[in-house]
Design a protein around this ligand. Structure first.
Ligand code: HEC
Length: 246
């Protein structure tokens, strides 16, 4: 666990010297090989019929694990391909596996899993003041490792018929955005864990503008590939419907 201490110290030093935490001012991107996150139909919910349907018992790296890692671990100064704190880059499947933090089928010997579950406040990732990962996210990562830490792809389909805040938008924000946009240290001072903040962003155009990389807004999710097309469509549909609290 010494590694983790070093990572923490590294992040803390950055936090102090730049008087921001790892969360701010993310340098240029990182993800090039997040294949198909851009709507190419790769099992990210784009409805590509050439892939098998998603098996609810399997964990899919691109759809379920990568967004958690990008949102919680790849801020500036942390585990992205520019700063790769402690040699760890968590911005793509290849980078994660090359960082040697995952021992397939053995979560308890995997640094990735150990770092998000340790009781040691000095070792826990992400380091304070960032919030711990949610229990459901930790379970997903554990199951992904138990299942062999594979890079599986599937066709999740895309439900654009029943788009609601609680079933569609809030989980999307939680998966792709709130690792950065929550808590005392929320990126850009924007916390998207409440309906009112997300509906404000819908109303001023920043929510949709940022995810379609409209040049009037910062491109989001920061430091990552674009959202899968399905997610962008769902945001557009919800915004156009007046961003209801449903
Ligand atoms: C890795 C961290 C990170 C993730 C993930 C992230 N953001 Fe951001 N976001 C930032 C930072 C840092 C800022 C403030 C600086 C800036 O605008 O670049 C910001 C600013 C914004 C802004 C204000 C943009 C502007 O031009 O004023 C919006 C809107 C936004 N984010 C939406 C989102 C949405 C929606 C998601 C998820 C789809 C998301 N962000 C995911 C880090 C992140």
């Amino acid at each position: 666990m010494q590694n983790k201490t070093i990572v923490l110290i590294f992040c803390s030093i950055l936090a102090v010297t730049s008087f921001t935490s790892c969360k701010h001012d993310v340098p240029q991107p990182a993800i090039a090989n997040n294949n198909g996150n851009n709507g190419g139909g790769n099992g990210n919910g784009n409805g590509n019929g050439s892939l098998p349907p998603c098996d609810p018992d399997s964990v899919y790296f691109d759809q379920q694990i990568l967004p958690i890692l990008v949102s919680n671990c790849t801020m500036s100064g942390c585990h992205n391909s520019t700063t790769h704190a402690e040699g760890i880059d968590l911005t793509s499947y290849a980078a994660v596996m090359a960082s040697d933090v995952v021992k397939p089928t053995h979560p308890y010997s995997s640094d990735l899993y150990k770092s998000i579950t340790t009781n040691d406040p000095g070792d826990i990732m992400p380091p304070a003041p960032a919030a711990h990962l949610l229990t459901a996210q930790i379970t997903l990562i554990k199951n992904w490792i138990l299942q062999g830490a594979q890079d599986l792809h599937c066709d999740a389909g895309c439900d654009t018929t029943y788009v609601t805040y609680s079933n569609t938008i809030a989980p999307l924000m939680s998966t792709y955005c709130n690792g950065c946009h929550s808590g005392a240290n929320a990126s850009g001072g924007i916390d998207y864990t409440t309906y009112s903040s997300v509906s404000d962003a819908a109303a001023d155009g920043s929510l949709y503008g940022s995810v379609i990389h409209d040049p009037n807004w910062s491109a989001m999710p920061k430091n990552s590939a674009m959202l899968p097309q399905c997610k962008i469509d769902q945001i557009r549909i919800w915004v156009n419907a007046g961003a209801p609290n449903n």
